[in-house]
Every structure is written in C-alpha cells, then in structure tokens.
Ligand binder design. Structure first.
Ligand code: CTP
Length: 408
C-alpha cells in the first residue's frame, strides 16, 4: 500500500469543505496510513468529533487545555509523532495564525511545535483568498517550506464563483503521497552539496533616487532556494530587491544591481549547483548621475544603456570552477520552446526552465507557473502548479541527477 505505516496528523478547521476531510481520512487509511485528527472549534461546527474518531479509529484532539487530552498525548508529541501534518480545510484564519506564529488553540500550537512537513489545503471565499492579507500569509508560509495544494476554482458554497474551493480529495492525496515520498528513505538528498541561487529583479540606478527595474517578484527563485535547502543542500541565495522574507535555512546575500549580483555569485563559488532564476536587467545606465537629475525645463535626458554581464553565461562557462549542474530560466512571451532551446545553447547551461511571462499568464508576481524543463536530452512539459511545487520538483530532479551521477 502506497502509504503503509505513514502517520498523518490531520487538522480540520472550520469550513464547509470539512466534509471532504472525512473522505480523505477513509482514503488515507485505505492506503495504509494511520490518521490522527485535531478538530478546531470552527471545524466542530461542520463535522463532529465522533465522525472523525469513527473514521480514523483514533481519539480526536480538540482542546489545548484538556487534562484528558494532555495526559493521553501531549500537544508536542501529537505534532512530532506524525510524518506529515495536513491542514484540510485550512481557513484564512488558521493560515493567518500560522503565519503569525500564534499558539492560541491546539491546532496552532501543534503547528508551531512541529518539526515535520506541513501541507495546507486552503478553502475559503474567493475574496478572502484574494485578499492581500491572505496572499501575504500564504507567501510567508510557503517561504518557510509549508506545502500547499489548491485551492481550486469553481462554484463556492457561498454561491460565488472563483478560486477558493478546497482541492479535491484525490489531489490532496496526491500531494500527501508526494510530500511523504520526499522523506522516504532512499529519496535522493543534496546533503554535502552547495547551491547558488539567484532570485528577484535587479535595480539599475539612473541617479541616486531613480532606477530601472522589472516585474520579477522573486517568488520562484526563493522557493527554489528553500526547496534545495530542504533536501539538505547548503544554499546561498543571491537576491535582488524583493518584498519576500528570507527562506529558512538559507544564507541570503542581498544585492541591487546586475554587477553586484555577479560579484556576489562569484564570491559564493565554489558550488556544485547554480540555479539562475533572477530576472537580471539586460542593460544598465552608462553614466549614473552623481546627483538627482533635474527637469530644468530643457529636453528630457537621453539614457545611454550598456549591456550587463550575463550571470548565467558566466556561471556556465567551462573551467575548473564551473558548478557541475547549471540551471537557467527562460522568460519568454512567444516561441517558448524554440527560444528556450537556443538560450540553453548560447548561454551554455545544462538545463533550462522555460516559462511564459506574456501578459495574462499571471507568472510575474503570481503564485502559479507552467514550465517546461529542457536539457541536452530533450524537453518535458510540467502541468500547471504552484511556484513552490515547481521548486520542489526541480530540487528533486537536481537531487536525482546527483544521485545517479548524471549531473554533467
Ligand atoms: N540571466 C543572467 N544575467 C543576465 C540576463 C539573464 O543571469 N544579464 C539569466 C536569467 O537569470 C535566466 C536566463 O539568463 O536564467 C534567461 O533570462 P531571460 O530574461 O529569459 O533571457 P535574456 O538573456 O535576458 O534574453 P532576452 O531578454 O533576449 O530574452
């Protein structure tokens, strides 16, 4: 059985989707997993402890201050005895409490006390999901390594249509299997390897107050740094200016311009792996003004631009210090695969991750990505998935390449 002997701690918080969690328990047990449940106060408005206990075959834990629960199974042990914590449904409120590190009920306390991977299946009204507060909370959680499945788009219980429905049970199961598979004995690890990752935009100064920049949020690069670190790599993340928190377990070097990014990457070498996810500005201003340019009333200033160094090409250049595996990104608005293929060849990197950044794709600043992985051996297309999931898959592929000694 796929999940034989694996232990899942399922936290059910208050959403109408809680009924799907009953089916999730049954299907997890069918696959050989054992399931223990924490039911929040809100969750108990939708499903009963009796249903959870009957389906899981285990006592259900509800109260942080219950003498009975604490003697039976303290909250610390509850959170550590599991191989994976699954929060389904994960309400906006619980995500906010997780992001803030609160411990104001048994669920939040277990999530704060755990040292195990956490997978959330958000479920809420589409406006709540789209609210900048929820998006920021989710981004913080993902940057800390929390895994996410869904939400899906469709008709919501409140009658509105949009993103916010909890992922289907089959998708949650697949995400659980994926998350647990990652920790299985025999799973390739990156322990002992050093990875340099570039992320975010660069800012190219015009004068002391103005700069040229681009729309990169840094989400994909930061997620890759976090994913490589989770597989055991020592990671140096060279990041342009972003609003993202530092991923945990990663050394972050902050830079502004392309020249600074190149210098920081060089200083970080030697490395076994380099992943260039930054949207490096192709050009910089030739003569940066020493003082603020004034309007004056004359003609607008003409900016003279000079080409920036290509960091990916520098890291890919053959030589004794070259990382064994160099991965680039190709941000394209047309002819995706053909452009990416020629980019891989001209820059000299081993793999290239191609993505579509045309207007309407939602890639820049968004949480999702649809990518193609190209190597000398050909290309493969990945289905649409979150940037965190792209990062995790890529990290596993990298670990796989080193495990079989296939890293070029
Ligand atoms: N890159 C880099 N240094 C640069 C420009 C790009 O390291 N000065 C890297 C990016 O991090 C990415 C890859 O090169 O891994 C491709 O970036 P992309 O913006 O898609 O391509 P460009 O080289 O900028 O080419 P173009 O703008 O013509 O598409």
């Amino acid at each position: 059985m796929a999940l034989s002997g694996r232990r899942v701690l399922l936290i059910v918080s208050g959403g109408i989707a809680a009924y799907k969690s009953l089916d999730l328990i049954r299907r997890l047990r069918d696959r050989g997993a054992s399931v223990r449940c924490i039911l929040t106060r809100g969750g108990a408005e939708f499903v009963t402890p009796l249903s959870l206990a009957a389906l899981s075959g285990e006592p259900v834990y509800q109260d942080l201050f219950s003498l009975k629960d604490e003697t039976e199974m303290g909250h610390i042990r509850l959170s550590r005895d599991a191989d994976l914590i699954v929060v389904a449904p994960a309400t906006a409120d619980l995500l906010a409490r997780m992001a803030a590190g609160l411990a104001d009920d048994l669920a939040a306390t277990a999530l704060l006390a755990t040292d195990k991977p956490v997978l959330v299946a958000p479920a809420m009204n589409t406006r709540m999901w789209d609210h900048p507060a929820t998006r920021a909370n989710m981004a913080v959680l993902e940057s800390r390594g929390v895994l996410r499945v869904g939400p899906a788009a469709g008709e919501l219980a409140c009658g509105e249509v949009g993103e916010g429905r909890m992922a289907e049970v089959a998708d949650i199961l697949a995400a659980i299997e994926d998350a647990l598979g990652r920790d299985s004995p025999g799973e390739p690890s990156l322990a002992g390897l050093h990875a340099v990752v570039t992320s975010g935009p660069t800012h190219e100064p015009i004068d002391p107050v103005r700069y040229i920049a681009n729309r990169s949020s840094g989400k994909q690069g930061h997620a890759i740094a976090a994913a490589l670190a989770r597989l055991g790599a020592r990671v140096t993340l060279v990041s342009g200016p972003t609003a993202l928190p530092d991923p945990s377990g990663v050394e972050v070097v902050r830079v502004e311009s392309a020249l600074e990014m190149l210098a920081a990457c060089r200083a970080a070498l030697p490395a076994h792996i380099a992943v260039c996810a930054a949207a490096v500005a192709d050009w910089r201003v030739a003569n940066v003004g020493a003082g603020k340019l004034k309007k004056g009333g004359g003609a607008p200033p003409a900016l003279e631009l000079v080409l920036n160094p290509d960091i990916l090409a520098h890291l890919s250049a053959p030589g004794p210090g070259r990382p064994a595996l160099v991965v680039g990104f190709a941000a394209e608005t047309g002819d995706l695969l053909a452009n990416a293929r020629s980019k891989r060849e001209t820059k000299g990197c081993d793999w290239i991750v191609a993505n579509n950044v045309s207007t309407g794709s939602g890639t820049f600043g968004g949480d999702a990505n649809t990518v193609h992985l190209l190597s000398a051996d050909g290309s493969e297309s990945w289905p649409p998935m979150s940037k965190a999931e792209v990062a995790r898959r890529l990290a596993r592929r990298i670990a796989g390449a080193f495990a079989v000694g296939a890293a070029p």
